[in-house]
Design a protein around this ligand. Structure first.
Ligand code: GTP
Ligand code: MG
Length: 223
Protein backbone atom coordinates (compact mmCIF):
# COMPACT_ATOMS: atom_id res chain seq x y z
CA UNK A 1 0.00 0.00 0.00
CA UNK A 2 1.37 3.41 -0.87
CA UNK A 3 0.64 6.48 1.18
CA UNK A 4 -0.72 9.62 -0.43
CA UNK A 5 0.69 12.93 0.67
CA UNK A 6 -2.04 15.56 0.97
CA UNK A 7 -0.56 19.05 0.66
CA UNK A 8 -2.98 20.74 3.07
CA UNK A 9 -0.61 23.49 4.19
CA UNK A 10 0.30 24.41 0.61
CA UNK A 11 -3.40 24.56 -0.31
CA UNK A 12 -4.27 26.74 2.67
CA UNK A 13 -1.44 29.16 1.85
CA UNK A 14 -2.47 29.20 -1.83
CA UNK A 15 -6.06 30.02 -0.88
CA UNK A 16 -4.76 32.72 1.47
CA UNK A 17 -2.62 34.25 -1.27
CA UNK A 18 -5.61 34.38 -3.61
CA UNK A 19 -7.69 36.33 -1.05
CA UNK A 20 -4.66 38.51 -0.20
CA UNK A 21 -4.28 39.49 -3.85
CA UNK A 22 -7.98 40.44 -3.94
CA UNK A 23 -7.58 42.49 -0.73
CA UNK A 24 -4.66 44.39 -2.28
CA UNK A 25 -6.77 45.07 -5.38
CA UNK A 26 -9.71 46.35 -3.29
CA UNK A 27 -7.40 48.66 -1.30
CA UNK A 28 -5.85 49.96 -4.52
CA UNK A 29 -9.25 50.52 -6.15
CA UNK A 30 -10.09 52.73 -3.15
CA UNK A 31 -6.74 54.58 -3.49
CA UNK A 32 -5.79 53.26 -0.05
CA UNK A 33 -2.27 52.42 1.11
CA UNK A 34 -2.30 49.45 3.49
CA UNK A 35 0.51 48.61 5.90
CA UNK A 36 0.76 45.45 8.01
CA UNK A 37 2.52 45.98 11.35
CA UNK A 38 4.11 42.93 12.94
CA UNK A 39 6.07 42.53 16.18
CA UNK A 40 6.61 40.48 19.31
CA UNK A 41 3.97 40.90 22.07
CA UNK A 42 4.35 44.24 23.83
CA UNK A 43 6.93 45.65 21.38
CA UNK A 44 4.95 48.86 21.08
CA UNK A 45 2.71 48.34 18.02
CA UNK A 46 -0.36 50.02 19.50
CA UNK A 47 1.67 52.89 21.00
CA UNK A 48 3.25 53.49 17.57
CA UNK A 49 -0.12 53.36 15.78
CA UNK A 50 -1.75 55.73 18.29
CA UNK A 51 1.06 58.29 18.00
CA UNK A 52 1.07 57.96 14.20
CA UNK A 53 -2.68 58.69 14.11
CA UNK A 54 -2.24 61.71 16.38
CA UNK A 55 0.45 63.12 14.07
CA UNK A 56 -1.22 62.34 10.72
CA UNK A 57 -4.96 62.57 11.35
CA UNK A 58 -5.19 66.17 10.13
CA UNK A 59 -3.41 65.25 6.88
CA UNK A 60 -4.89 61.87 5.90
CA UNK A 61 -7.83 59.65 6.83
CA UNK A 62 -6.67 56.56 8.71
CA UNK A 63 -8.48 53.33 9.59
CA UNK A 64 -7.12 50.45 11.66
CA UNK A 65 -7.72 46.70 11.64
CA UNK A 66 -6.74 45.36 15.04
CA UNK A 67 -5.87 41.68 15.21
CA UNK A 68 -6.27 40.16 18.66
CA UNK A 69 -6.10 36.60 19.90
CA UNK A 70 -8.84 37.26 22.47
CA UNK A 71 -11.96 39.39 22.33
CA UNK A 72 -10.74 42.19 24.62
CA UNK A 73 -10.82 45.59 22.92
CA UNK A 74 -7.87 47.18 24.78
CA UNK A 75 -5.96 48.07 21.58
CA UNK A 76 -8.93 49.07 19.39
CA UNK A 77 -10.28 51.31 22.17
CA UNK A 78 -6.95 53.21 22.22
CA UNK A 79 -7.09 53.66 18.44
CA UNK A 80 -10.66 55.00 18.56
CA UNK A 81 -9.66 57.36 21.39
CA UNK A 82 -6.83 58.66 19.15
CA UNK A 83 -9.44 59.57 16.55
CA UNK A 84 -9.48 56.80 13.91
CA UNK A 85 -12.10 54.17 13.09
CA UNK A 86 -10.95 50.73 14.26
CA UNK A 87 -12.25 47.24 13.68
CA UNK A 88 -11.16 44.41 15.88
CA UNK A 89 -10.72 40.98 14.33
CA UNK A 90 -10.39 38.15 16.81
CA UNK A 91 -8.27 35.22 15.72
CA UNK A 92 -9.64 32.92 18.46
CA UNK A 93 -6.21 31.95 19.71
CA UNK A 94 -4.44 31.82 16.31
CA UNK A 95 -0.90 33.25 16.35
CA UNK A 96 -1.28 35.33 13.17
CA UNK A 97 -3.82 37.07 10.98
CA UNK A 98 -4.72 35.77 7.54
CA UNK A 99 -6.13 37.42 4.43
CA UNK A 100 -9.71 36.28 5.15
CA UNK A 101 -9.61 37.91 8.60
CA UNK A 102 -8.39 41.13 6.99
CA UNK A 103 -11.25 40.94 4.46
CA UNK A 104 -13.75 40.68 7.34
CA UNK A 105 -12.13 43.77 8.88
CA UNK A 106 -12.19 45.65 5.56
CA UNK A 107 -15.92 45.01 5.24
CA UNK A 108 -16.48 46.91 8.50
CA UNK A 109 -14.32 49.93 7.59
CA UNK A 110 -15.55 52.94 5.56
CA UNK A 111 -13.05 52.28 2.73
CA UNK A 112 -14.47 55.10 0.54
CA UNK A 113 -13.47 57.58 3.26
CA UNK A 114 -9.93 56.34 4.02
CA UNK A 115 -6.43 56.99 2.63
CA UNK A 116 -4.45 54.64 4.87
CA UNK A 117 -5.30 51.35 6.56
CA UNK A 118 -2.99 50.08 9.28
CA UNK A 119 -3.22 46.43 10.32
CA UNK A 120 -1.94 45.56 13.79
CA UNK A 121 -0.99 41.91 13.51
CA UNK A 122 -0.82 39.42 16.39
CA UNK A 123 2.24 39.73 18.65
CA UNK A 124 4.49 36.96 17.31
CA UNK A 125 7.82 36.87 15.45
CA UNK A 126 7.30 33.59 13.58
CA UNK A 127 3.76 32.91 12.29
CA UNK A 128 2.82 36.33 10.80
CA UNK A 129 5.83 36.19 8.45
CA UNK A 130 4.23 33.34 6.46
CA UNK A 131 0.91 35.01 5.67
CA UNK A 132 0.28 37.60 2.96
CA UNK A 133 -2.60 39.80 4.14
CA UNK A 134 -2.96 41.91 1.01
CA UNK A 135 -1.09 44.90 2.36
CA UNK A 136 1.17 47.10 0.20
CA UNK A 137 3.92 47.16 2.81
CA UNK A 138 5.03 45.00 5.71
CA UNK A 139 6.56 46.61 8.78
CA UNK A 140 8.24 45.17 11.85
CA UNK A 141 8.31 46.89 15.20
CA UNK A 142 11.36 45.65 17.15
CA UNK A 143 11.78 47.11 20.62
CA UNK A 144 15.22 47.56 22.13
CA UNK A 145 14.03 45.72 25.25
CA UNK A 146 13.83 42.48 23.23
CA UNK A 147 17.61 42.45 22.69
CA UNK A 148 19.94 43.13 19.76
CA UNK A 149 20.24 39.46 18.72
CA UNK A 150 16.72 39.08 17.29
CA UNK A 151 17.64 39.21 13.56
CA UNK A 152 19.79 36.09 14.10
CA UNK A 153 17.12 34.28 16.12
CA UNK A 154 14.04 35.15 14.04
CA UNK A 155 15.51 35.70 10.55
CA UNK A 156 12.39 34.93 8.47
CA UNK A 157 10.38 37.90 9.63
CA UNK A 158 13.19 40.30 8.63
CA UNK A 159 13.63 38.95 5.10
CA UNK A 160 10.56 40.41 3.36
CA UNK A 161 10.06 43.63 5.28
CA UNK A 162 9.59 47.01 3.61
CA UNK A 163 10.24 49.05 6.73
CA UNK A 164 11.63 48.47 10.22
CA UNK A 165 10.86 50.48 13.35
CA UNK A 166 13.27 50.14 16.25
CA UNK A 167 11.04 51.17 19.16
CA UNK A 168 11.48 52.22 22.79
CA UNK A 169 14.83 53.90 22.04
CA UNK A 170 14.35 55.87 25.29
CA UNK A 171 15.16 52.58 27.08
CA UNK A 172 18.60 52.10 25.46
CA UNK A 173 20.47 53.45 28.53
CA UNK A 174 18.77 50.83 30.73
CA UNK A 175 19.09 47.66 28.62
CA UNK A 176 22.07 45.89 27.06
CA UNK A 177 21.36 46.85 23.48
CA UNK A 178 23.89 47.64 20.76
CA UNK A 179 21.94 49.24 17.91
CA UNK A 180 24.84 48.77 15.45
CA UNK A 181 24.98 45.04 16.23
CA UNK A 182 21.22 44.78 15.68
CA UNK A 183 21.43 46.69 12.38
CA UNK A 184 24.33 44.52 11.15
CA UNK A 185 22.10 41.45 11.54
CA UNK A 186 19.27 43.15 9.66
CA UNK A 187 21.64 44.20 6.87
CA UNK A 188 22.57 40.55 6.20
CA UNK A 189 18.91 39.53 5.88
CA UNK A 190 17.46 42.59 4.17
CA UNK A 191 20.15 44.89 2.76
CA UNK A 192 19.29 48.58 2.72
CA UNK A 193 16.02 48.11 4.65
CA UNK A 194 14.39 51.47 5.50
CA UNK A 195 14.77 51.77 9.29
CA UNK A 196 13.45 54.31 11.80
CA UNK A 197 14.60 54.30 15.43
CA UNK A 198 11.62 55.65 17.41
CA UNK A 199 10.27 56.26 20.88
CA UNK A 200 6.55 56.66 21.45
CA UNK A 201 7.47 58.13 24.82
CA UNK A 202 9.77 60.96 23.66
CA UNK A 203 8.54 61.23 20.05
CA UNK A 204 12.05 60.54 18.69
CA UNK A 205 11.99 59.36 15.08
CA UNK A 206 8.30 60.07 14.52
CA UNK A 207 8.79 63.01 12.12
CA UNK A 208 10.86 60.82 9.77
CA UNK A 209 8.58 57.76 10.10
CA UNK A 210 5.35 59.71 9.53
CA UNK A 211 6.89 61.53 6.57
CA UNK A 212 7.78 58.15 4.99
CA UNK A 213 4.24 56.86 5.61
CA UNK A 214 2.62 60.03 4.29
CA UNK A 215 4.72 59.83 1.11
CA UNK A 216 3.72 56.19 0.54
CA UNK A 217 0.05 56.99 1.17
CA UNK A 218 0.06 59.94 -1.25
CA UNK A 219 1.87 57.87 -3.90
CA UNK A 220 -0.79 55.14 -3.61
CA UNK A 221 -3.56 57.72 -4.07
CA UNK A 222 -1.93 59.06 -7.25
CA UNK A 223 -1.67 55.65 -8.97
N1 GTP B 1 9.44 53.39 27.44
C1 GTP B 1 8.65 53.14 26.41
N2 GTP B 1 7.57 52.34 26.55
C2 GTP B 1 6.81 52.10 25.47
C3 GTP B 1 7.09 52.63 24.19
N3 GTP B 1 6.17 52.18 23.33
C4 GTP B 1 5.34 51.40 24.04
N4 GTP B 1 5.71 51.36 25.34
C5 GTP B 1 5.06 50.61 26.43
O1 GTP B 1 5.20 49.22 26.16
C6 GTP B 1 4.04 48.52 26.56
C7 GTP B 1 3.47 47.72 25.40
O2 GTP B 1 3.10 48.67 24.39
P1 GTP B 1 1.96 48.33 23.33
O3 GTP B 1 1.91 49.46 22.38
O4 GTP B 1 0.72 47.93 24.00
O5 GTP B 1 2.61 47.06 22.63
P2 GTP B 1 1.95 46.08 21.54
O6 GTP B 1 3.04 45.62 20.66
O7 GTP B 1 0.80 46.74 20.89
O8 GTP B 1 1.45 44.89 22.48
P3 GTP B 1 0.45 43.69 22.09
O9 GTP B 1 -0.61 44.23 21.19
O10 GTP B 1 -0.08 43.23 23.40
O11 GTP B 1 1.30 42.64 21.42
C8 GTP B 1 3.07 49.57 27.12
O12 GTP B 1 3.22 49.63 28.53
C9 GTP B 1 3.56 50.86 26.48
O13 GTP B 1 3.28 52.01 27.24
C10 GTP B 1 8.24 53.48 24.07
O14 GTP B 1 8.57 53.99 22.98
N5 GTP B 1 8.99 53.68 25.20
MG1 MG C 1 -1.18 46.12 20.70
Amino acid sequence: MTSIKVPIIENILEANDFVAEENRKIFSEHNIFCINIMAAPGAGKTALIVKTIELLKDKIRIGVIEGDTASVTIDSDQVVMAGAPAVQVTTAGECHMDAMMVRKGMEQLPLDDLDLVIIENIGNLICPAEWDLGSHADALVASVAEGDDKPWKYPNIYRNLDVLLITKTDLIPYVDYDIDHFKSGVEILNPGLVTFPTSAKTGEGFPAWTEWLLKKTKAAAEK
